[in-house]
Write a protein that binds this ligand. Structure first.
Ligand code: HEC
Length: 172
């Protein structure tokens, strides 16, 4: 009992800084911020969870930088299920998620790239939408990278330039 009284007394004379700090309520003005508003604008690149995105047209030129961006995004967002090579045996699938089709398989190899963009935007069957995580421009980068994955797995040696064939040890 004596102990409880002492604790109360200590608590009453020393209020915590966080308890007594200045509080700004939602929509109050905030003289300490540069624009005088307590509402901070979303940082560049913030994706809306609900609103549909403005459509972005596909890039006209596929650059190495675009493919590198697509690879990085694919490895983060898609490879956990689709596997780094797109074969559908990613770690989440190995742990029980339904197995997606091979991205380099016959059907998807002949699908227009719009299918990849739309699948990321809307999801497909058991795969949910990635619209809230992958920005429209990045969807095209991923679509371009999927094409590169497909070509890397379905090309015949004879279709490569002579220098590339030589680098692979193919001497015609
Ligand atoms: C959580 C696991 C998972 C992740 C992550 C995932 N997918 Fe899928 N994906 C699936 C499954 C499962 C299917 C097959 C769905 C079905 O047929 O019901 C699928 C199907 C697809 C298809 C085939 C669509 C068609 O028309 O047949 C494409 C293309 C695809 N995914 C692309 C992607 C891309 C690109 C990403 C990354 C942004 C991604 N997926 C991330 C699980 C996933």
């Amino acid at each position: 009992m004596a102990c409880a009284v002492v604790l109360c007394a200590v608590g009453a004379c020393k209020k915590q800084d966080m308890y007594t700090q200045r509080v700004i309520r939602q929509w109050d003005s905030d003289p300490a911020s540069a624009d005088g508003s307590s509402v901070r604008p979303p940082v560049a690149g913030t994706l809306a969870l609900q609103l549909p995105d403005a459509p972005v047209s596909p890039p006209r030129v596929i650059t190495a930088a675009l493919l590198a961006r697509g690879q990085a995004r694919f490895d983060i967002y898609c490879a956990p299920c689709h596997g780094a090579s797109g074969n559908g045996l990613g770690m989440i699938v190995q742990r029980g998620f339904p197995q997606p089709p091979d991205l380099a398989g016959e059907n998807l190899r002949h699908a227009p790239v719009q299918v990849f963009y739309d699948t990321i935007t809307n999801g497909h069957g058991a795969m949910y939408s990635y619209a809230a995580r992958v920005a429209p421009a990045d969807r095209w980068a991923i679509a371009a990278y999927i094409r590169a994955l497909q070509m890397s797995q379905a090309s015949v040696l004879a279709s490569l330039p002579a220098t590339d064939r030589a680098a692979l040890g193919d001497t015609p």
